[in-house]
Design a protein around this ligand. Structure first.
Ligand code: FAD
Length: 394
């Protein structure tokens, strides 16, 4: 027979959405616990580029104002938390760069695209003069225009560590989790530790398992799909020449390259997303690396990559489903009785997801009992993609 626990909030999934939601519950004095089946951030969060978008990338033609407003609201929460003035203390999270750069490949058309972006976001994008160029652009030819955007880049693993620390004692590594009906429109979260099962009754069950939400929701609304995936084929470059944070702007609404950088084993690693990752899905690893080499050579021809080693990472974005399977303009929360299934769409929007879910929370329950889930093994924080075992660098 399963043992029982009673809590105000049970969260399934320890990525940014789950951890932020848990932290908010802890902050509000609720009895709350999170269940993670592998490592914290193991899905998309650790694989993200850590950019707290302020709208710039999406200022390119045809994007929605709703998204820019949501990102602006979320950015204010992040700034407060990172400064230690918000509901959650994130002062220990490393900012890798306080801004990003938008630049044009040495082609006239792309230059026009960047001018358009700068015109749209006059307040947050500033064109840099030649004497202001950051190190990576110091040797760029005259034709390359560089803009500075107010977009912070944080270290996702540092974020996971800070949130985990904030939520200490509430995190459990489980072997399995599922939902079971409790009463009409009410579900319990059943978790398994080895052979032992615990049935957790919660006033609010939050499914924040990224792509894992699809299976968990089978227990709620079998058959109907509430999630969509957008696959990416990211590229990693070990021993890149200098750190870069930003977007190379082309003519389409998607940047040709989005580059973020990290230090790993004393070397600079580049992590490439943007157009190259979105459109390289059909390519093999070698073909994708070849294509990325070409894009890097075309977007940053003044940099030297002879010492670099290249690898790729396939990963899906998990999002709440929208009509036409388009990219959602903001986060998505689906409610089914006491269950909220959440997809932040972006790391940057996690604070808004948590705030939305928190709206349904009441006062702390007086009969809370967490004995059955207390002192369980804690999940570790996942490693960045470029530090994982088994990567075949070329
Ligand atoms: C390559 C890439 C780059 C990105 N770059 C950015 C960026 O620069 N800026 C930005 O704002 N956004 C970015 N995003 C989007 C952002 O990463 C995601 O929106 C966000 O991290 C999703 O967080 P999440 O907590 O919902 O899910 P996830 O991070 O996927 O976390 C889900 C967690 O649930 C766990 N889990 C799954 N199933 C179960 C289960 N049954 N039981 C228990 N636990 C379970 C998983 O192990 C995982 O730890 C990027 C995404 C990708 C893929």
């Amino acid at each position: 027979m399963a043992s029982h626990a009673r809590v105000d909030v049970a969260v399934v999934g320890g990525g940014v959405a789950g951890l932020w939601t848990l932290a908010l519950a802890v902050r509000r004095g609720l009895s709350a616990v999170l269940f993670e089946r592998s490592a914290l951030g193991d899905g998309q969060t650790i694989a993200s580029q850590g950019i707290l978008h302020a709208g710039v990338k999406y200022a390119l033609p045809g994007e929605a104002a709703r998204e820019a407003r949501a990102l602006g609201a979320a950015a204010r929460v992040w700034e407060a938390c990172l400064a230690g003035d918000g509901e959650i203390d994130l002062r220990n999270v490393r900012t890798l760069s306080t801004c990003t750069h938008l630049w044009t490949a040495p082609e006239v058309g792309a230059r026009l695209a960047a001018r358009g972006a700068a015109a749209l976001f006059r307040s947050s994008v500033r064109r840099l003069g030649r004497d202001e160029l950051p190190g990576a652009f110091a040797d760029s030819p005259e034709g390359v225009e560089v803009y500075e955007a107010e977009e912070r880049v944080i270290e996702p693993s540092g974020l996971m560590h800070a949130l985990a620390e904030f939520c200490e004692g509430r995190l459990c590594r489980v072997d399995e989790s599922r939902l079971e009906p409790e009463a009409p429109d009410s579900w319990a979260c059943v978790v398994r530790f080895g052979q032992e099962e615990v049935r957790v009754q919660a006033a609010s069950v939050v499914l924040a398992a990224g792509e894992g939400n699809a299976v968990l929701l089978n227990g709620v609304h079998g058959g109907k799909e509430f999630m969509q995936r957008r696959p990416l084929h990211q590229v990693m470059i070990d021993a890149a020449p200098v750190p870069v944070f930003g977007h190379c702007v082309g003519l389409s609404g998607v940047p040709r390259l989005t580059v973020t950088s990290a230090m790993s084993r004393g070397r600079t690693v580049w992590y490439l997303g943007g157009g190259v990752a979105e459109s390289g899905l059909e390519l093999s690893t070698d073909e994708q690396i070849e294509r990325a080499r070409g894009e890097v050579a075309s977007c940053l021809p003044w940099l030297e990559f002879s010492a670099a080693r290249w690898a790729t990472l396939r990963i899906d974005r998990a999002e709440g489903r929208v009509v036409g399977r388009k990219r959602p303009e903001s986060f998505i929360v689906r409610r089914f009785g006491n269950v909220s299934a959440v997809w932040p769409t972006k790391l940057a929007l996690a604070p808004l997801v948590a705030a939305e879910v928190a709206q349904s929370w009441g006062e702390p329950r007086s009969d809370a009992d967490i004995h059955a889930v207390k002192n369980r093994p804690m999940p570790e924080v996942s490693r960045p993609p470029w530090e994982r075992e088994g990567i075949e660098w070329r």
